[in-house]
Design a protein around this ligand. Structure first.
Ligand SMILES: [Zn+2]
Length: 262
């Protein structure tokens, strides 16, 4: 699979009709009996938080999955839709899914929200309605065993992920990369985004208190979840491969979580 060569300085690939994708997400959630809560409204757009209760309380695990934080990364909401449609969730996993955190960004095909704020740098002292809404909702939820943030990178040469696992729990990163490799190229470089990487995995040294522009991941690590992954699909490749990459990584992460002993 070759790079398309479209992303000259920004994302110039396929765009999505976010209104249509959100309608399909709503239908898929209803079909599979998810609970849906509207957490914010702006014009025609309703921000929804979807919840799938576990089917058994034995060995219960909770996961938070978010997508659509950057409006020029269409694979995220499409992957959320596909995960809902495939409906392959282990019985002991309770799922909290935010399928699109920045719908207005998608109407503009831009990274930021409509006011030009990068929502994924706004989780410490939030100024955007998107991050404020998300945090207010998070504060009403239980802690999670795992978080996944679904993203794309317009510059990258393949799929990669960030692992945040400060307590050195059993890592799912290798299995996620193995699951993605058959459906999407992996970025095997030893340096990605200016950070050392190995096998498509970046394990950043995080010190949340030294950083002011928190991405969502730092909020989770500080307040909600001690293990998580930010998935980066390479957006200079065909859109279906990127969606499949995010779905494959998320599916295997959920399976690994379900089997983890507490
Ligand atoms: Zn992103």
């Amino acid at each position: 699979m070759q790079k398309l060569g479209k992303n000259l300085g920004a994302y110039y690939g396929e765009t999505i009709d976010i209104r249509a994708v959100l309608r399909e997400i709503k239908i898929a959630a209803q079909t599979h009996q998810w609970e849906s809560e509207t957490i914010h409204n702006h014009g025609e757009f309703h921000w929804i938080a979807l919840h799938r209760p576990a089917r058994t309380q034995a060995s219960l695990k909770r996961i938070h999955i978010s997508a659509g934080t950057h409006g020029d990364e269409p694979a995220g909401p499409l992957a959320a839709l596909k995960l809902l449609q495939e409906n392959r969730w282990p019985d002991n996993v309770e799922v909290f899914l935010l399928p699109c955190l920045n719908p207005l960004g998608f109407t503009l095909n831009q990274r930021t929200n409509a006011e030009g704020i990068d929502v994924n740098r706004d989780y410490r002292d939030p100024k955007s309605a998107e991050a404020r809404t998300h945090i207010a909702w998070l504060q009403r939820q239980p802690r999670f065993d795992l978080y996944l943030c679904l993203h794309e990178d317009w510059e990258s040469n393949g799929f990669y992920l960030y692992e945040t696992n400060p307590d050195a729990r059993l890592s799912f990163a290798g299995e996620m990369i193995n699951a993605v490799a058959p459906v999407c190229p992996i970025d095997w470089s030893e340096n990605i985004e200016g950070r050392p990487a190995q096998g498509g995995i970046i394990r950043p040294n995080i010190s949340p208190h030294e950083r002011l522009d928190w991405p969502e991941a730092l909020y989770h690590i500080t307040h909600k979840s001690r293990q998580g992954y930010t998935l980066e699909a390479p957006s200079d490749f065909p859109l279906p491969a990127r969606v499949n990459a995010l779905v494959a990584a998320a599916t295997v992460a959920v399976d690994c979580l379900a089997k983890t002993k507490t």
